[in-house]
Ligand binder design. Structure first.
Ligand code: AMP
Ligand code: TRP
Length: 338
């Protein structure tokens, strides 16, 4: 474990591709805030260069990037405490990504489940960027020598690849330069599922808006989506194990636990035996209580996009103070004339 010589530093990123949802909040943003409030350096990133691995309308990309920045801040990220950046404003990410393109192997990339899912049967028509996506992600993390990356379950394989790239670079150049980053996947909501199908992950790209709670939804919409969430006819069981084969019910319990910062056993002790007619309204109230202020704050921040741009410019400056020397040293190790 090449961790000892590296100061703990947390990095994570989210794509500005619209429809920021409850899964992003519980699986990512809310946990970023927990990290920020511990005594550790934190860097959070809008990954706009990842977003364009599939076509993005230019005006929509700019809007989604600012909206995501507003989402980070509304969720509790303080741009004074954390470094908040937009990926393309820190060019060292892309520069290191090229080097990692030359370290990572085609076979490694071809095994990524996100690539297989997104490219689907028509891989020939997918962008080269979509294939190389995980090498850019490794660069996002390693350009800061980040040691811990909080993410949802779906990103675990990409962090493992990041470790493989770091290890191969260190081995090929005979250095201990890049850390072996740890994924941090914890809490009751590392995988929030669709409200319409508890076997599918809640996702930005699901064509059904009813499948997710968007962070921009107002109180009525949030409550309505929860009331209409798919469930089964049984009451909640007494124990969490009783939810094993009930993905829709389990998802709602996980969401309840994560929103209320409690563990699932605790929630079952309180809600076991309840009918959904009782549980859903309680969940809807909780979701509105937690999310409506965030969506209202996002809307307020979006009224002043100039201020968001100033925050991101300051973030980029702070980030480059870390990333530029690490890139320089990488070039030196490789033998590039500077
Ligand atoms: P993305 O929206 O794909 O850029 O994801 C941004 C962050 O949100 C990553 O840490 C993901 O793992 C996390 N995330 C996305 N969807 C979910 C979900 N349904 N449940 C939990 N975490 C999620
Ligand atoms: N691939 C991540 C996702 O889709 C987003 C991402 C890009 C990221 N770079 C990162 C997450 C670096 C953590 C660290 O969710």
């Amino acid at each position: 474990m090449a961790e000892a010589p590296f100061t703990p530093r947390v990095f994570s990123g989210i794509q500005p591709s619209g429809n920021l949802h409850l899964g992003n909040y519980l699986g990512a943003l809310k946990r970023f805030v927990d990290w920020q409030d511990r005594d550790v350096e934190t860097i959070f990133c809008m990954v706009d260069m990842h977003a364009i691995t599939v076509w993005q309308d230019p005006a929509a990309l700019a809007h989604s990037t600012r909206e995501l920045a507003a989402g980070f801040i509304a969720a509790g990220i303080d741009p004074e405490k954390s470094t908040l950046i937009n990926q393309s404003q820190v060019p060292e990410h892309a520069q290191l990504a090229w080097i990692f393109n030359c370290v990572a192997r085609m076979g490694w990339m071809g095994r990524m489940t996100q690539w297989k899912d997104k490219a689907g049967k028509n891989a020939e028509a997918a962008s080269l960027g979509l294939f190389a996506y995980p090498a850019l992600m490794a660069a996002d993390i390693l350009i800061y020598h980040a040691t811990h990356v909080p993410v949802g379950e779906d990103q675990k394989q990409h962090i493992e690849l990041t470790r493989d790239i770091a290890a191969k670079f260190n081995h090929d150049y005979g250095v201990e330069f890049f850390p072996l980053t740890e994924p941090v996947i914890e809490g009751a909501a590392t995988r929030v599922m669709s409200l319409r199908d508890g076997t599918k992950k809640m996702s930005k790209s699901d064509p059904s808006d009813a499948s997710r709670i968007n962070m921009t939804d107002d109180a009525d919409t949030i409550a309505r989506k929860i009331r209409r969430a798919k469930t089964d006819p049984e009451p909640l069981p007494e124990t969490y194990e009783g939810l094993k084969d009930r993905p829709d019910a389990r998802n709602l319990v996980n969401i309840y636990a994560a929103l209320s910062d409690r563990d699932v056993a605790d929630v079952m002790a309180e809600c076991g035996g309840q009918q959904f007619g009782q549980f859903k309204p309680a969940l809807a109230d909780l979701a509105v209580e937690k999310l409506a202020p965030i969506s209202a704050e996002m809307a307020r921040l979006m009224r002043d996009p100039g201020e968001i741009d100033r925050i991101l410019a300051r973030g980029a400056e702070r980030a480059r103070a870390i990333s530029a020397p690490i890139l320089d040293e990488t070039y030196r190790i490789i033998g590039m004339v500077r």
